[in-house]
Every structure is written in structure tokens, then in C-alpha cells.
Design a protein around this ligand. Sequence first.
Ligand code: HSE
Length: 317
Amino acid sequence: MGPSPAGLGRATAFAPASVGNVAIGFDILGFAVDALGDRVTVARRAAPGVTISAITGTSTDLPLEPERNTAGRALLAMGASLALDFGLDMRIEKGIPLGSGLGGSAASAVGAVVAANALLAAPCSKLELLKFAMEGEAVASGSLHVDNIAPSLFGGLVLTVGIDHPRVKQIPVPPSVRAIITHPHMFLSTKQARAILRRSVDLSDFVWQTANLAGFISGCYTNDLDMIRASLEDVVIEPQRQALIPGFADVRRAALDAGALGCSISGAGPAMFAWALESRAEAVRAAMQGEFARHGVQIDDWIVEFASLGARVIGGE
Ligand code: HSE
């Protein structure tokens, strides 16, 4: 595929942060958080291949070699698959802190492929872009998982089934529900947070977690807040990871006491999220702030709706 007047010469995309797992959907469920995100600019260049000319913003200590960079690897996968006969240069402006559990590596990869797509005469579908971005995410976490990539790309609460042939489903969220996001100022490596996980699951925990995932999804489709409250609980991963987050049990308890529908780790952590009715969201936020403060942990926090459109082009020429 060669240069075409139909495609832009340069495009900038915004890709939102995301909460992976959503407690009960380890590696398969996530929701987009538009309050923060990465901006990626991709420009055509004559020489084939991918270059990264700058990384700015919240994390600048990231590899500029495309093979070692999540966004770079995603563009390499895209370029190879489409047999592009022009090159791509990329500038990444990080808005998502590294190692926060808010899908920063996924957002960079998603932003890269969405921006690059705007340069093509025959743009790819979002499902094709998802596969390219997945290649990038594998660099950061050491595994192919889609729970951050898919919501960052599509927006909203997203379930993804399958890896080689992923099927993506945007799940409706009751309009009265908000997410409260808290980000402790500390770094947690996704690779390490995955390495500590046991390889097997007790049969009773499997049954419980399966019921919770099914209950949660059905509660979302039927606007059943009682079902969401009963099922938004991770009995498999959270017990193994919670010790990595200072104050986790107290923060979670305080959120639930303040009326949260559920509260758990965002992705691999250390960020935490809660769901609550809009009328309880401020109280839940205050409760989580208070407990983190009591444990001497500084945080940023946001209350967000589920209105994200996912990654999009925000400029170009
Ligand atoms: N599902 C992944 C994990 C998300 O929990 O390891 C990483 O952001």
C-alpha cells in the first residue's frame, strides 16, 4: 500500500487510560477512563520502517527503539501486516503514569495505531487495529492480554473473547453508575504483579468467580444494581495482589462502607477503582482519599462516567 492523497501526512490521536480486569474479568474485561490518556503523533517518512523521535510527558524514561517500545512494536506489526512502502515516525506524549495500573502501555500502542490508520488510503477496522496494538502490549507485560487495549480503542466497558480471533463486545453500564479512580503515587510493574500469581485456581474459587462475572455482565445488561453489587468481587486475583498496595484492605472497606457497589484493583495496580451510584460517588471518593491519607499514601483521583468514545484522531494535516 503506497502513499495516497486520501491519507493524512501526519495525525495525532488521543487514547484514553483504562481499568483492566474490573475485578472479575481478569485479562478480558476493562473500561476506558477519558480523564487521562496518551497523545501519539505519527507522520509519514520516505524511508521504510518505524522511528520514535520523542517521548514526553509523565514518563520519559521509555525505550526509543521501536522493537522495545509498546507503541513502536504495534506500528511495526501494522507496517509488516499491511506491507507499507513508506515509513512512520512517532512522537509520544505520555499522560498516563508508568506502572500505575491504568493501561499506559496499552494507550500508547492504541494511540499509535489509530494515528497511523489516519495516514492510510484504506484504513483498517478497529478489530484489525486491536490485533496490532496487542503486539505492543505484549512488550510491556510479557503476555498477550486485551483488557486495556480493547476499552482504550473502543471506549466504554468492553469484554473481549479470544486472542487469535478476538471478539469485542461493548457492555452497557447503568447510566446512574460512576467509577471512582484512585492512583497512589507509586510504581508497580505489571510483569511482577503477574509473576506472583499462582498458576492454578481452586475449584470453589473458579465457581465463585465465574458466577460473579456472569452476574456482573447480566446486571449491567439488565440495570440490576443489586446483582452488580453482589457480583463485583474478585476472589481469585485480588487476594494474591492486595499486599502490593499499601492500605488496600482499608481503602476497599471504606469505599464499600461509603456505599460503593464494589471496589478492587485497577489492572495490575497500584491504582484502585470503585463503582458507585452518582449520588454516592463523592462520598466514596472521600472515603478512599481518607484511608490512603491515613496510610501515608499520596494519590490522584477522578470520578468518571462511562461515556468514552475510545481512541480518536484529534489533529492532522
Ligand atoms: N489484566 C492485566 C493484569 C492488566 O491484571 O495483569 C494489566 O494492566
